[in-house]
Ligand binder design. Sequence first.
Ligand SMILES: Nc1nc2c(c(=O)[nH]1)N[C@H]1C(S)=C(S)[C@@H](COP(=O)(O)O)O[C@H]1N2
Ligand SMILES: [Mo]
Length: 492
Amino acid sequence: MPLDFPLWIRLTHVINVLFLTLLARSGIEILGAHPKLYWNDDCRPGSAWLRFTRKQMPSDRIWTSKDEEESLPSWLALPGQRHLGLGRHWHFATVLAWILTGLVYVGLLFATDEWRRLIPTSWSVFPDAWDTLLVYLHLNVPAQTDYNPLQQLSYAAVVFLLSPFMLLTGAAMSPAIAARLPAYIRLFGGRQSARSLHFLSLLAFAAFTVVHTAMVIVHDLPEGWAKIVLGSQYANHTRAIVIGCIGLAVILLINLVATGVSLRAPRFVQHALGLIVDPAQRVLTRWSRSRQNYPAEAISPYFRINGLPPVDPASTSMAANQFRDWRLEVCGLIHNPLHLSLAELRNLPSQSQTTKHNCIQGWSNVAEWTGVPVRAILDRCDPLPGARFAVFHAMDDKAETDPDLGGAGHYYEVIDLNLAREDQTILAYAMNGSPLPIEHGAPLRLRIETQLGFKMVKYLRAIELVADYRSIGAGQGGWREDVQHYSRTVGI
Ligand SMILES: Nc1nc2c(c(=O)[nH]1)N[C@H]1C(S)=C(S)[C@@H](COP(=O)(O)O)O[C@H]1N2
Ligand SMILES: [Mo]
């Protein structure tokens, strides 16, 4: 087979390079949100096998997973500077496009004869590849008219092994899949080892890219370049170099624009990429119901914290008094406003659930939670027909407890009433059989086991039923959506 490349191979090749740069950079942004990799699913502090941070967590005061986060430079991460919400948007939108490109490429590979380049048809490819390796190790370049066996094997491995493995380990990190098919996650040794394997696959991709580029240079730079850019080694080399460099410049430019727009107009990028990512997320999770039930042995010995307790005098004095003066206010579009004390809540029918908490930053922990189904509270307060959303207001003023994020106001999150009525949506006052510890949300916190961690408001003060959430805060449906550009669609 002549080594000429048809147009579709050349196009999918360059599009692939573009998407891989976006995927690698946004993936690094996500990794920066929890810059530690584990082989255990409990993410025990100190048990990371690899860390990308020098920060040591203090032992004399409480710290949160936000303290562990690293701000990465924007030339490396997309978009860098602690924009996890946007990094996730880029990663998920790009992976959809990457899968599409891959399907087109593999489809055409088999629709034409081109698969013969990549897929060895004889076992002799292994000994032949070994011989080729020896030639390289003697610092010679093997003579060839076609892909040599080593080349064939490595290209086939990248297309048919490494790329699918990247997708499979990516899927194994999805809390939505963990909640539906826990056995799938166990195939990879748990969510955290899937995360480690996903990172190692990135290194494999990077290593392949370096060697592949070096080989093209060593072998036949002008001819190889002319082949992959213009399709034939006999094409005009100058033209190939100019067009090829324009291609690389476009990839660079798209990266620059993606980064610049994300940093300058984060709300625009949150919404624009949300148009792709959020519906895809809904479709991909529709096939079965999320329901978690872990055995008691799975409970994590240490449960990370995110979001410090309120520090204002009114809240701290309530805490000092075991929350005897605290009331949960239920208000808004309802017939019966409620003011419930902790004792009253404890007297309502309760429910326990042992579930895995998934923080958007990347860590996860299992605990047992006990409390009152939100559904029971809704039945008691009797919502008006116009009520569509429940707003959970907290006591912690984030400007006081988390000033460096730059967000104003008290923590809050909004969910729609269907979500509020789900089986595993409860107001928890106990964790692992003991009263809820202050750092985990005392006196009362929301648990919505079908959502990512940030939706589960701690230090609850009030539940307000509303018709629309756009007039609340910055109008995005929650404090972290407002300030950190997280997606509102974080069903798991
Ligand atoms: N009031 C309040 N609730 C909050 C937060 C917060 O900052 N304030 N952080 C959220 C985030 S991002 C996570 S991951 C979980 C963490 O719960 P934990 O501290 O019990 O682990 O709480 C959520 N609820
Ligand atoms: Mo979180």
